[in-house]
Ligand binder design. Structure first.
Ligand SMILES: Cc1cc2nc3c(=O)[nH]c(=O)nc-3n(C[C@H](O)[C@H](O)[C@H](O)COP(=O)(O)O)c2cc1C
Length: 187
């Protein structure tokens, strides 16, 4: 079955992860039925600030306003399989953990959890306080996956993009898409 995926982008540092995920999903289109995107206001500001562009405007995916509760994935009946929040701010994590569905991102995450589908949070902040850690525990207990924006070095990445792709590749694995990437100890 081809996947229906929601990508939510929030105002944590790491717009590069969102950009690379959107690019990679585009490359894997044959395995995907639909990608829907929603960005918080801060996500747009952080993207402009960190990447010096507005490339989120260049993707062909359908973008939804963050207060558009008429979006299909605001209801479980639309049957989206997976939601990735990338990067995921501590504010968004906290609102999900608290069940505060006051915008489309939190509502969609709430729906994914109640329907027992896959919610992947590419959480980013450092250091973490106890509230962040407890919120991660709560979301994990509810079935969500905390996939922190922590790159790995054992593939010996040479550029910032390659380093960021070590996180994005793990997200693609978690979504369950087939793709080529570095695999530890494989030829
Ligand atoms: C440049 C920049 C970097 C930020 N980085 C982080 C971060 O890494 N983690 C985080 O939780 N918040 C970060 N913030 C703060 C969030 O953007 C802010 O808490 C916001 O309210 C989150 O709302 P949102 O989740 O709806 O996007 C950053 C803000 C700016 C301007």
């Amino acid at each position: 079955m081809k996947k229906k995926i929601v990508v939510a982008i929030t105002g944590a540092s790491g717009a590069i992860y969102a950009n690379l995920l959107l690019k990679t999903l585009n490359r894997l289109q044959d395995q995907i039925a639909e990608v829907a995107v929603v960005m918080s206001d801060n996500a747009k500001d952080v993207w402009r600030f960190e990447l010096d562009n507005e490339d989120f405007n260049n993707y062909d995916y359908k973008f939804y306003a963050k207060n558009d509760f008429m979006a299909p994935f605001a209801s479980g009946s639309a049957r989206f399989d997976t939601m990735v929040i990338v990067p995921c701010s501590m504010g968004t994590l906290g609102r999900i953990a608290g069940g505060i569905s006051d915008d489309l991102i939190i509502r969609a995450a709430d729906v994914i959890l109640k329907e027992r589908r896959k919610l992947i949070l590419v959480a980013r902040d450092t250091p973490l306080n106890l509230i962040h850690i407890r919120n991660m525990e709560t979301v994990t207990a509810a079935g969500g996956i905390i996939c922190p924006a922590i790159p790995s070095y054992y593939s010996k990445p040479k550029t910032i993009e390659e380093l960021a792709m070590t996180v994005v590749n793990r997200v693609i694995d978690l979504i369950g898409l087939e793709h080529e990437s570095y695999r530890w100890n494989e030829e």
